[in-house]
Write a new protein. Structure first.
Lengths: 289, 755, 177
């Protein structure tokens, strides 16, 4: 850990095109910065050295939360995590995202960290990734070719890597929750605050009209693979199955099978896999209760 | 008890300054022309230093000095008990992060760049990272003389006979982890050279005179040339006594450059390279009769003292003398080994070897209770020490043994907790645990001194000058209260000065739960002596017996005849005096434990505690929540009750962290938890309100009956949580911290349903 | 790597409002807000406990948001309104210089070593402005990002609850005067 940050240039574009120009100008030593809560720690503790930080916070419109005519939520990438947590719009329509936001680090960090920053770091443990995955969020990116959409499930390329390819994430479009759907995000760590997840599971489930079978179920896992992932086999097993302990246990088993965790200071691979089963089971119990 | 100040809750006078951000800590200090220091640290756990090239560092603009071991003019070895830690590594490095070179530069940026530019060539040596391995024949050696740095041997009675008389014998192995003090203020010191060539150091510290002497030895100058001034210190818990490296480094650089130099460690340096709490591996064998009465305790204690001993022998000694817990045991045999490894050095930390043995003995006590079908609190009460009991060192306790009262308090709390035990939500189980501990006040090795000077000024206000520094726990307030009590002045008229080694008498360290007891006694004696002198003057002036006089706020009156009075101001003015100065000293006498058997009187008195907790375990994850906690601590007498409550709460939470959260994790000697994201302290959301019960079994030799609390408060916490986990799950956990993973895996292995 | 060959970038003038007063400093881009407060602006109340956003000792209120000043570049605060511990006390009231929150901390012995205290007070100010009458659980959530090693939090929580009950809802701390 260093006493001071290593030197870098700091620029504050006010237009996305200017930001792209600055990134091009400074080459691989340049990085965009949103809240900065991770990049500053990466420089102090993990040896990251940069030539230029391009702070996006002064580009207008990137921190807006709104609901479009189709009922979709559009939420800017620069929205502070604390605002995601507290937004009445998000809480009412996409509560699982707000609740996951409230579990990230501390208020001090949530006030600065942003939704886009949490995702673009592409940490396997990103708290906001599992809920965005089960909500079928679509990332919106801006680049030289203009705007493009990237489904959440295709956004992560590996630990610390995304498919943005130099484009700037400007926000997410999140469709409205399906009728009758319930969603929950469970984060597991030894403490009630400040933890980086040992494992995290988000579940969104829709019962059929009779209320006895799963019409749809989406399960996303955090901290147990090179990137946050969807547990597709578990989801498939649930679809059409009777809601009850049998289908829940089977989904939990399949979700754990989908995990490919590493062991580190927070927990062993075996434990993480077991936690995926436990959290998946509990999340499915909660949404079906 | 007819005191008017002592025993009332007094608000500390340093609080407002701390609350408005004006209290001055060492890192807040900026002196003209000050340079910033940085440290070149080795990245290998064990290596021979082949060469050091400082030229590239010196070539960086703004760099004024780069020093290595060869630049130390005095002695290159420091340590509170054993001086075996180099100020700068000389020839060999023995742990990752050991300081090899120090630099001073105009800016922190330049200092950091220079520290990184020092070229050190190492020849890597094999390391030893486990003490059991280190003890084995033919083990790789940390020191040529061998890896066993210290041994203890305690023998009392005949354990074989004790086991023969036992109806139940419990054996178990227990492992406790390395933890970090985690004072929120990292280490910091500023050194400056005075115009007369002497050295002044402004430091975050627990012992100004120790720092003074170590700096003097390092520089090769008399102690009189060094003055250490304590800045407001942001917590210590033993760690700011354990090693004076920041002070020595700042002094060396200031001497070299002639300019003020600030050393402030990063959190990574603090967690990664400072002194730690010793990890222990313990084997216990304990026998009891069917009525619960303990017959024998056999213990083998192995501590990992890391690269250096510093206080490791003394910590091991305290573990050994406290290995039975606060119980009367006729036959005790204990063997301790402090073993060197290439892990970071461990040393003094709040508890000083007692939290470790408390984890072990209290788990064994619960197992005995389980096997005998006896209530665990009842088992403890039957064996609890009492007045007249003999400890494992053969010490007969003469008074102030409040363990039974503490156990009854904790037992009642546990009963109340038990009423909620069935309210666990589905998938969770609750349990209640009670654990007890004890802690000898002050050093066990030799007598321990405190001295206080009390000045009564012409206007009747009072200054108290003593060397036991405040580190947050509230000792300055206690000293002021004692002086106010003895001199019958309002607390507001007393100022306490403890921070300057050039002025304050050496009272030894703010460690070992000793300040209230030892320096408190000294302050009381100084205050009483000043009062005696004042009454003596009035006795002459009023032609009355001292016994008939009453002193109150600078006025002496004849009892029953208040018109016969003398003011302090008049009495000293007429005598041509400038006030009254009195000195009080107190030495805690002990009988140092015998080397072969550890029989002796290691401590003048003991604090005793029993704590209770209600926990809830998430069965499918092993996650533990502490729902309720009650701490009953026998402090002899609570001089400042609100402060006793604060220290007790903080100690309890530190104990909870020890039990289930905190661990300095190492991989081949390398700390892999160098920040508070990975080294996990309890947050406000992880602990309940701590219910504090103050037990007062007066200690005849203590000031107003008081004895030590600081360490006692933290000793039982870890064990209490483990006992509660056992109650909830049936699992006797033998390795701390009991993380969710360890508990979950243990439950799975034992076939406990984790659904 | 090309990035490392860049010479140290030039310092620029930072202008912001701190505790109601306009302040300026000449700072290099890689300096944190915490460093600039402590080393350039002589505001040493915010403490450097971890430099990683894990301890909360450096908490300040930046444009109305409680943030860790160690995780904030000084230049991010350009043009901002900043409140620090130095601005919390009601020093225009000579009879009671301490803010009611600070008074409550003192009264409940919620201060021991004091190193976490400035951050705790700032977190409390932010909490009570947002939620003037929190429950105990909400208080604990409000200070969960502030580590304390001395008190075990009990007396701090009591102090905050007491301050909340004693304080009128509209009160603000350290607002520009």
């Amino acid at each position: 850990m260093t006493m001071t940050l290593p030197p870098f240039r700091y620029v504050v574009p006010v237009r996305l095109d200017d930001a792209l120009d600055l990134l091009a100008e400074h080459g691989p030593g340049a990085r965009v910065m949103a809240g900065g809560t991770d990049i500053i720690v990466a420089m102090r503790e993990r040896g990251l050295r940069l030539g230029c930080l391009v702070d996006l916070k002064h580009i207008p419109g990137l921190a807006a939360i709104g609901v479009g005519p189709s009922g979709s939520l559009s939420i800017g990438s620069l929205t502070p995590v604390r605002d995601v947590e507290r937004s009445a719009v998000v809480r009412d329509g996409w509560g699982v995202l707000a609740s996951a936001a409230g579990m990230l680090a501390s208020i001090q960090v949530r006030n600065k960290a942003t939704l886009g920053g949490n995702i673009c770091n592409a940490s396997p443990a990103a708290d906001l990734a599992p809920p965005l995955l089960v909500l079928d969020a679509v990332a919106v990116a801006y680049g030289r070719q203009g705007e493009r959409s990237i489904p959440m499930a295709q956004l992560f390329a590996g630990p610390g890597r995304t498919t943005l390819n130099g484009d700037i994430l400007t926000g997410f479009t999140i469709p409205p929750m399906p009728g009758g759907a319930r969603a929950v995000h469970l984060k597991h760590g030894p403490r009630n605050a400040m933890d980086i997840a040992i494992a995290g599971v988000a579940v969104l489930a829709v019962p059929d009209a009779s209320g006895t079978r799963w019409a749809d179920a989406r399960i996303a896992l955090g901290s147990v693979a090179p990137t946050p992932i969807r547990a597709t086999a578990a989801e498939a097993a649930l679809r059409g199955a009777l809601i009850g302990p049998e289908s829940i246990d089977e989904a939990a088993r399949l979700a754990a099978e989908a995990a490919s965790p590493i062991g580190d200071v927070r927990g062993s691979a075996d434990y993480r896999r077991a936690m995926i089963a436990a959290l998946t089971r509990r999340a499915l119990q909660e949404v079906s209760a | 008890m007819n005191e008017t100040v002592v025993g009332t809750s007094v608000l500390r006078r340093d609080a407002p300054g701390k609350l408005i951000g004006q209290a001055r800590y060492a890192d807040d200090l900026v002196l003209p022309r000050m340079l910033y220091a940085a440290t070149t640290r080795c990245s290998l756990p064990h290596a021979r230093i082949v060469s050091i090239d400082t030229a590239p560092a010196l070539a960086i603009p703004g760099v004024h000095a780069v020093l290595t071991a060869k630049d130390i003019p005095g002695t290159n070895a420091v340590g509170p008990v054993v001086k075996d830690q180099p100020v700068l590594a000389d020839g060999v490095v023995r742990y990752v992060g050991e300081s090899v070179a120090i630099v001073a530069a105009e800016t922190k940026d330049a200092a950091m760049a220079a520290a990184a530019a020092v070229v050190v060539v190492y020849e890597e040596l094999p390391g030893v990272f486990d003490p059991i391995e280190g003890m084995a024949d033919g083990a790789r050696k940390v020191f040529a003389k061998g890896n066993i740095g210290s041994r203890t041997r305690l023998r009392r009675g005949d354990v074989a006979a004790g086991f023969a008389a036992s109806d139940v014998i419990v054996e178990g192995d227990f492992t406790t982890q390395m933890i970090e003090h985690s004072y929120i203020e990292p280490e910091s010191s500023v050194a400056t050279i005075e115009p007369d060539g002497s050295i002044v150091i402004y430091a975050a510290t627990q012992y100004i005179h120790y720092d003074r002497d170590e700096v003097a030895r390092t520089l090769g100058v008399p102690s009189s040339e060094v003055r250490v001034i304590q800045m407001t210190t942001g917590g210590g818990f033993g760690g700011k006594f354990g090693s004076p490296l920041p002070q020595c480094h700042a002094a060396l650089l200031a001497m070299k450059t002639g300019r003020p130099v600030k050393v402030t460690w990063t959190r990574g340096e603090s967690i990664g390279t400072s002194i730690k709490r010793h990890p222990y591996q313990m084997h216990y064998k304990v026998g009891a009769r069917s009525d619960g009465m303990l017959q024998a305790v056999e213990a083998r204690l192995i501590s990992d003292t890391g690269a250096y001993l510093v206080t490791g022998n003394s910590v091991l000694g305290k573990s050994t003398t406290h290995c039975t817990g606060p119980y009367s045991v006729p036959n005790v045999s204990a063997d301790g080994f402090a073993v060197h490894t290439n892990n970071p050095p461990s040393g003094a930390m709040r508890g000083y070897g007692v939290p470790q043995v408390t984890i072990a003995i209290e788990q064994v006590m619960d197992e005995i209770a389980h096997r005998l079908g006896m209530d665990p609190v009842e088992l403890r009460l039957r064996n609890a020490l009492d007045i007249g009991s003999t400890t494992a060192t053969g010490q007969v306790l003469k008074g102030s043994v409040g363990i039974k009262e503490a156990l009854r308090g904790a037992g009642a709390a546990a009963e109340a907790f038990r009423a909620e035990i069935d309210q666990a939500p589905p998938g969770r189980r609750r349990g209640v645990g009670v654990a007890a501990s004890w802690h000898g006040t002050a050093s066990a090795r030799r007598p321990s001194e405190g001295t206080t000077v009390v000045n009564v000024m012409k206007d009747g206000s009072v200054s108290v000058i003593t060397g036991a520094v405040e580190i947050g726990q509230g000792s300055d307030t206690v000293m002021g209260m004692i002086a106010a009590e003895e001199l019958r002045v309002p607390f507001e008229k007393v100022r306490v000065f403890t921070t300057d080694s050039a002025v304050a008498p050496d009272c030894e360290a703010t460690t070992a739960s000793r300040v209230t007891y030892i320096t408190g006694n000294a302050t009381r004696r100084a205050g009483a002596e000043a009062r005696r002198q004042i009454l003596e003057m009035a006795s002459q002036d009023l032609e009355a017996s001292v016994d008939d006089l009453e002193l109150r706020d600078g006025v002496v009156t004849v009892i029953g005849a208040p018109s016969r009075r003398r003011t302090f101001a008049d009495m000293v003015f007429e005598r041509g005096m400038q006030g009254v100065t009195a000195v009080g000293s107190f030495i805690a006498e002990i009988v140092a434990p015998d080397a072969e058997t550890m029989q002796g009187i290691p401590h003048p008195t003991y604090g005793l505690a029993a704590h209770a907790a209600l926990v809830e375990v998430e069965m499918d994850t092993g996650r533990i929540r502490v729902l309720k906690y009650a701490a009953f601590n026998d402090v002899g007498r609570a001089i400042n009750p609100i402060s006793v409550i604060g220290q007790s709460s903080g100690g309890a939470v530190m104990g909870i962290g020890y039990g289930i959260l905190e661990e300095v994790q190492l991989r081949e000697g390398r700390v892999v938890t160098p920040n508070f994201a990975t080294y996990m302290l309890p947050t406000a959301l992880d602990v309940p309100a701590i219910d504090v019960g103050i037990v007062e079994a007066p200690e005849a030799t203590g000031p107003y009956g008081a004895k030590g609390l600081g360490e006692l408060a933290a000793n039982p916490g870890g064990a209490t949580i483990l006992c509660a986990i056992r109650d909830a799950t049936g699992m006797m956990m033998t390795r701390t911290p009991v993380t969710p993973e360890r508990l979950f895996m243990a439950m799975q292995e034992a076939g406990v349903s984790t659904r | 790597m090309t990035a490392l060959q860049n010479p140290a970038p030039a310092k620029v003038v930072l202008s912001l409002t701190i505790n109601g007063e306009p302040r300026q400093a000449l700072v290099a881009p890689h300096r944190s807000l915490l460093e600039v407060l402590r080393e350039d602006l002589e505001l040493t109340g915010a403490k450097r406990g971890c430099d990683a956003g894990d301890c909360g000792a450096c908490s300040v209120i930046l444009d109305g948001r409680l943030v860790a000043s160690c995780l904030t570049l000084a230049l991010e605060a350009e043009g901002a309104t900043l409140r620090t511990i130095e601005g919390v006390a009601l020093d225009d009231r000579p009879d009671a210089a301490l803010h009611p929150i600070q008074q409550s901390f003192a009264r409940h012995a919620a201060v021991q070593c004091g190193f976490c205290t400035p951050g705790m007070v700032m977190a409390t100010v932010a909490l009570l402005e947002e939620n003037p009458h929190p429950t105990e659980q909400e208080v604990r959530q409000g200070i969960a990002g502030n580590l304390c090693r001395c008190t075990g939090y009990s007396q701090i929580v009591e102090a905050i609850l007491d301050a909340a009950n004693a304080a009128p809802a509209a009160q603000t701390a350290g607002a520009p005067r």
